[in-house]
Ligand binder design. Structure first.
Ligand code: FAD
Length: 314
């Protein structure tokens, strides 16, 4: 079987790799090449446990992805490392569902975190430096015989054929291709800082520093973040840059000595739930949709790609 995968972000690349490994003659068409993508090439990025419980499908996709990332880190793949992540909380409570002693789950002491926060959960995670890792994924796909062609697709039906499966991994671009009004951009701005080497990831989703994070990559780190649903504009906002740096210095005081390397704005493909499903199309193998991963596409990528492969070849 042949497959045309639309999209060269992390979702398209991982899906296309798994399809080729399963014997499908998969190739990618994409309006933007991996390093130009509006979400994958902008993300921080870390693996974060996603889903409401360990039994949710997203949690399974996440676990599967972390295993692949851990293997890639052990093999020395570019742009990936395992590091401790500190998740700050305003109040002590029961441990989160994703607490995993095998990944070193523990609590910080209050002396090790910013004022106003009660504790931090620490657990090892995968940290992805997205540009080198996208380049590595594109190289892996090419080594399996896959090609990436720059092409903006007007309609998924234009790609269909009697023996051509279409795989829709168009990120926020899937809104125009499917008419799915549940899919919308969630704008996020990040700042890359240089000159300071940090050991651990810090993230915070509540309290005065909410949505702040620091993700180290060698002597640089990516700090964020913002979430603005429905906003397509990708122009960086200078005031937001300053606020992100202020928050990052509270989280990691050593960053007071850092300098700005780059400022980027990305568009997460936000949706009420991730869409991974097959759509029948008469006279063709149909369409597999794999989009709507919001702020978790890196974390879910390999698990969703395995699901796509199963939908394609059974
Ligand atoms: C600031 C920020 C921080 C993030 N941090 C994290 C994080 O720490 N951890 C995490 O797991 N996730 C994170 N994410 C989310 C993650 O980056 C996304 O969920 C993921 O990258 C989505 O990948 P994608 O391949 O679906 O989309 P994209 O990367 O946007 O790729 C879409 C592809 O489809 C192509 N395409 C679209 N429309 C068409 C068309 N009509 N014709 C042809 N090609 C088309 C595009 O050209 C592109 O190649 C973050 C995102 C942002 C913006």
């Amino acid at each position: 079987m042949k497959a045309t995968v639309v999209g060269a972000g992390v979702i398209g690349l991982t899906s296309a790799i798994r399809l080729r490994e399963a014997g499908v003659d998969a190739h990618i068409v994409a309006a933007e090449l991996p390093a130009e993508t509006v979400a994958s090439a902008v993300a921080g990025a870390i693996w974060f446990p996603y889903g409401s419980s360990p039994d949710a499908p997203e949690a399974g996709w996440g676990r599967a992805s972390l295993e692949v990332f851990a293997d890639a880190a052990a093999a020395g793949a570019p742009g990936i490392a395992l590091r401790d992540m500190v998740d700050l909380r305003m109040e002590a409570g029961p441990d989160p569902w994703w607490a995993n002693p095998e990944r070193g789950f523990r609590h910080t002491g209050p002396g090790d975190i910013p004022a106003g926060y009660a504790l931090g959960y620490i657990q090892q995670t995968a940290v992805i430096d997205v540009l080198p890792h996208l380049d590595y994924l594109a190289g892996l796909f090419a080594s399996l015989g896959g090609t990436i062609t720059r092409q903006r697709v007007a309609a998924l039906a234009d790609l269909s054929g009697p023996d051509v499966l279409v795989v829709n991994c168009a990120g926020v671009g899937a809104r125009a291709l499917t008419g799915d009004a549940d899919l919308m951009p969630v704008r996020g701005q990040v700042v890359r800082l240089g000159g300071v080497e940090l050991e651990r990831v810090t993230i915070v989703d509540e309290g005065p520093l909410a949505y702040g994070y620091v993700m180290p990559h060698g002597s640089e780190c990516v700090v964020g973040g913002t979430r603005v649903p429905g906003e397509w504009d990708r122009t960086p906002d200078h005031a937001v840059t300053e606020r992100l740096i202020e928050k990052a210095i509270i989280l990691e005081p050593a960053l007071v000595d850092a300098h700005i390397v780059d400022v980027k704005v990305g568009l997460r493909p936000g949706r009420s739930s991730v869409r991974v499903e097959h759509e029948a199309v008469d006279g063709t193998p149909g369409i597999i949709h794999n989009y709507g991963h919001g702020g978790n596409g890196w974390s879910l990528s390999w698990g969703c790609a395995a699901e796509v492969m199963l939908l394609a070849v059974g």
